[in-house]
Design a protein around this ligand. Sequence first.
Ligand SMILES: [Fe+2]
Ligand SMILES: [Fe+2]
Length: 145
Amino acid sequence: MIGDDYFLIREHSEILESLQKFSLKDDGLGSIFDKIVEISIGHFDREEETVVILGQYLYDSYVHHKIVERGTLKKAAEEFKIEYGTLLDEHRDIERLLQSIPEEELQKKDVRTIKHTLLRHSEMEEHLLFPSAMLIASTILREDA
Ligand SMILES: [Fe+2]
Ligand SMILES: [Fe+2]
């Protein structure tokens, strides 16, 4: 089973912690981050129940030669196929919110950093994690058909 020390789960916690700090501000920036937090909480949970399990399976089986419980994998594979489109839509929603941060706020290093971190996180998922998880999901569901 997935452990809390898996790098993507750690990254989700770190990102959420920063986002929540910004969302506490009682201004326009706070309300942008409030909306990002609202999307991210459910988004990260669903990733951790689907794509993260498939990603860790790849790592565990190739690097550690561990056997991962089949039922857990099959459930993650089925749910990832259903959730994939929504996860991508949520990345676009988060991106749009990040693009709406006023230019003067982006003069601040911490605001620039969280924007960059979040965009790079989604990009890494879409370019590496999602495609490899989709391949694994298809293989698992074919083998179990
Ligand atoms: Fe994520
Ligand atoms: Fe994501």
